[in-house]
Ligand binder design. Structure first.
Ligand SMILES: *Cc1c(COP(=O)(O)O)cnc(C)c1O
Length: 375
């Protein structure tokens, strides 16, 4: 039996959709962890999930306690997120009047589009990179001008400069470290881009793994056209709770306040973020363990005959796979309960991205890989 309601109104609801929505490809959800485990016929705690750059070292133990003891889950959170913005100001050294809190960096990417995009405006995207920039552009009715990165995944600055003069795009999205290769943008590149008539959104989702000294968050105090995004999802292990933030020039942030949903960051996410900042010394210690493990993972992978890791700075390692199929490797690993990321995209079809796990995850991966390669 088909589950379709009778149309008694004489209208065609689908014809009323925004044309931008109709133009978007059908929704293909990412399978949740439980469903994947079920399909692979394994209990969830035997799956090694190295496909989404989550922090497998987990959140601060103080987060669980704090969430169990929430005082006011029945009361709406502060629309101005004052406590969190003040704590972020202490943590980053940027005044709280420059800081905005969101339900993950993803929410702020979308809000930034909503702030600037009129139907038909252009943005620049530099793939291979994080998929949300072009996704949110299409949702918000922007045209995406694609400036592919060079073979080594660095930015094609000349092409960006050219595209800015030809298409007058409003926004340029850049991740540093970039996902999926883990490369950083240099100061010189960023200065060149900031001199263009465009707003640069610098996404620092992984900056803690590169070393916080590589952050350009405080540049928003000197550049009226720079926005820097960060998140608690990766370094603080809060991906499931949705907490991120952005640093904005004050003039822009005044405008953003006008369009935000009042209760965008939940009481639970706010509390988890506050507790993480209070425990940041310990969390950053774990980040340094993850950096050591990244090195060990890269060395292990680099020792294999068909795998060529890139020297990335995030909590993941992008690898080119030669002589065997990357998608086949991805499949063979999933069959063993190890999930890595395969991108079915032109530049990445011979690559896989592997998140840094715990030392025992690296060890199991090494064993399974050597078995696969010896078959
Ligand atoms: C994971 C990731 C994010 C998502 O951050 P959330 O705070 O979880 O929304 C943003 N940018 C990049 C480049 C990422 O890889």
């Amino acid at each position: 039996m088909k589950n379709e309601p009778a149309n008694t109104s004489g209208t065609n609801p689908i014809s009323m959709l925004r044309s931008t929505v109709r133009a978007i490809e059908p929704y293909v959800p990412i399978l949740p962890f439980e469903v994947l485990a079920d399909r692979l016929g394994r209990p969830i705690d035997e799956i090694i999930k190295l496909d989404a750059n989550e922090n497998l070292y987990g959140p601060s133990p103080l987060v669980r306690d704090a969430l169990a003891d929430l005082d006011f889950p029945h009361i709406y959170p502060d629309p101005e997120n004052r406590a969190l913005r003040n704590a972020l100001s202490d943590f980053t050294g940027v005044p709280s009047e420059n800081i905005f809190a969101g339900a993950g960096a993803d929410e702020i990417i979308d809000l930034t589009m909503r702030l600037f995009i009129d139907q038909g405006d252009n943005i620049i995207d530099c793939p291979p990179t994080f998929g949300m920039y072009s996704f949110d552009a299409s949702v918000n009715g922007a045209e995406t001008i694609v400036i592919e990165r060079k073979d080594d995944f660095t930015l094609d600055l000349e092409a960006i400069v050219e595209a800015v003069s030809v298409h007058s795009p409003k926004l340029l999205f850049l991740a540093s470290p970039n996902n999926p290769d883990g490369g950083l943008i240099s100061d010189e590149e960023l200065r060149t881009l900031l001199a263009l008539p465009i707003i640069v959104i610098l996404d620092e989702a992984y900056i803690e793994f590169a070393g916080i000294e590589n952050s350009r968050l405080d540049w928003v105090l000197k550049h009226a056209n720079l926005i820097v995004l960060r998140t608690f999802s990766k370094w603080a292990g809060l991906a499931g709770l949705r907490a991120g933030y952005g640093a904005f020039p004050v003039e822009l942030l005044k405008e953003l306040w006008k369009i935000k949903q009042p209760y965008n960051v939940s009481v639970a996410a706010t509390e988890a973020a506050l507790v993480s900042l209070a425990d940041s010394g310990n969390l950053l210690q774990v980040v340094s363990e993850i950096r050591s493990e990244r090195k060990r993972l890269s060395q292990m992978l680099g020792g294999l005959p068909f795998v060529f890791p890139y020297p990335g700075r995030g909590n993941f390692v992008l690898c080119q796979v030669k002589g065997i199929s990357a998608s086949g490797l991805h499949q063979a690993l999933s069959a063993e309960g190890i999930l890595v990321r395969y991108f079915d995209k032109p530049r990445l079809r011979d690559h896989v991205r592997i998140s840094v796990g715990l030392p025992q995850h690296t060890d199991i991966l090494a064993t399974v890989l050597s078995r696969i390669f010896n078959e």
